[in-house]
Ligand binder design. Structure first.
Ligand SMILES: NC(=O)c1ccc[n+]([C@@H]2O[C@H](COP(=O)([O-])OP(=O)(O)OC[C@H]3O[C@@H](n4cnc5c(N)ncnc54)[C@H](O)[C@@H]3O)[C@@H](O)[C@H]2O)c1
Length: 411
């Protein structure tokens, strides 16, 4: 969705092909089925003009390029599920059959190195007897952050264009000509690896900060003051050094897991990446342990959980730390009252038996404790609402109430 509306914004004529009929209907009526700031306005601006939403692949042969943006979730062993990549590639191959026009297939989904060469190209060329047709292949990973997706797409730090040959790469460069960003040309597998390595590095910064934060808490040191000092070193920078409940979302956990799986398949032992994941998995448990230290056995206690989305400004709860925290609270017998400004509905489809509230005050009513799990700005403004609690035990998984000196998971 984001790629389509932003490519339309850049002046291209775009067909957004989506196999989920409900999403097609929603988009065609100008409604975005997720919460992402600015996306709906941009959809409404372009729909029926330069943006068409359709379940059909038929018109691909009349276009210059196809961007493959389908999901690549984790399989149970941590590897990337490439079934949607395969099926989209197969549909593209079918749609291009008989076409005489040059066409570039661009993989934008995050895929393990080698996927474009070993899965996408064979699926399109060999299975569909398209060998003699003029098709180019490119890999152009996406680095946008949910909640800031449009800004990130339109103002990227860099654009990575991996291609099998210059013609395909030159074409993709021309697609992005309206953007003021450095373009880095690479091979297909290098582009795929840039994305995995970037996400693994960012996840490492977070787990590193959490480990330092855990040590700091034991020593009574404020990890935020420490990391402010650390981040002023230009070789390190200040971003992604926020200690807390760990990373969630649709990208870091799955991409680091996929890289670990890939390494192990090569008989490597990715010690660092495994530790990054291990620290991340422990943080939610540490938070619940800390709560138990403060209020004793959790059985029968009412715990308010503020924030369900994996970060602010989105309704995405994929791999959100709140899932693990709420599950652990319930396992220990607590009653959970939860509230998120945007993600109550998405969480409801994952966790039932939770009292979903309409606002923070309702969740805090008579609560024995409160855990803050998402850095929504409205939570930092909470004050008198905490007076509704039975006992005022408030623990932050994200540092947003710092001025009042609340206890946090690492501070
Ligand atoms: N979400 C992010 O912030 C983000 C950022 C950078 C990269 N990525 C990568 O982008 C990819 C997509 O992520 P997402 O979060 O948008 O996933 P998503 O699951 O939310 O969206 C993918 C869409 O593709 C549709 N789809 C599946 N198979 C299809 C097919 N054969 N033809 C047409 N449509 C099909 C699905 O119905 C779904 O609506 C992933 O590889 C992800 O790692 C995501």
């Amino acid at each position: 969705m984001v790629s389509s509306v932003c490519l339309a914004e850049l002046g291209h004529s775009v067909d957004l092909i989506e196999i989920d009929d409900a999403k097609v209907a929603s988009l065609n009526s100008g409604r975005v089925p997720i919460y992402e700031e600015g996306l709906e306005e941009m959809l409404v601006k372009h729909i029926d003009h330069c943006l068409k939403v359709t379940p059909d692949y038929d018109n691909i042969c009349n276009t210059d390029a196809t961007f493959v943006c389908v999901g690549t979730p984790s399989l149970s062993d941590g590897s990337a599920d490439l079934s949607m990549i395969k099926s989209a590639s197969s549909s593209i191959g079918e749609a291009l059959l008989g076409s005489r026009k040059y066409h570039v297939v661009v993989v934008k989904s995050t895929v393990p190195p080698g996927t474009t060469e070993k899965v996408v190209i064979p699926e399109i060329l060999e299975n569909r007897h398209l060998k003699n047709q003029d098709i180019g292949f490119a890999m152009n990973p996406e680095f946008l952050r949910e909640g800031r997706a449009i800004k990130d797409f339109m103002k990227p730090d860099r654009i990575i264009i991996g291609s099998a040959d210059d013609k395909a790469g030159d074409f993709i460069e021309s697609v992005y000509r309206g953007l003021n960003a450095p373009m880095i040309r690479t091979g297909l597998t290098e582009a795929e690896m840039v994305k995995y390595a970037s996400n693994a590095f960012l996840a490492t910064k977070i787990s590193f900060s959490n480990e330092v934060g855990n040590i700091c808490k034991d020593l009574g040191i404020d990890v935020y003051e420490v990391m402010k000092g650390v981040g002023m070193d230009h070789r390190i920078n200040q971003y992604f050094l926020n200690a807390g409940a760990g990373f969630g979302g649709s990208c870091f956990p799955k991409d680091v897991s996929a890289l670990i799986h890939l390494a192990e398949d090569l008989d490597e032992d990715p010690i660092l990446l495994k530790s990054v994941m291990a620290i991340n998995e422990l943080q939610p448990k540490r938070l619940v342990d800390l709560l138990e230290k403060r209020i004793g056995h959790l059985s029968g206690k009412r715990v308010a959980v503020l924030g369900l989305a994996f970060k602010d400004n989105t309704d995405d709860v994929r791999a959100s730390r709140s899932i693990y925290v709420i599950s652990e609270l319930k396992r220990r017998g607590a009653r959970v009252a939860a509230y998120d400004p945007k993600a109550n509905n998405s969480m409801q489809s994952i966790l039932s038996d939770v009292d979903y509230c309409q606002n923070a005050a309702e969740a805090l009513n008579n609560a024995d404790a409160c855990l803050i799990m998402t850095e929504w700005p409205e939570f930092s403004a909470l004050d008198r609402e905490f007076d509704r609690m039975k006992t005022k035990v408030i623990i932050e998984g994200r540092r947003i109430l710092s001025c009042a000196g609340f206890e946090g998971i690492c501070w």
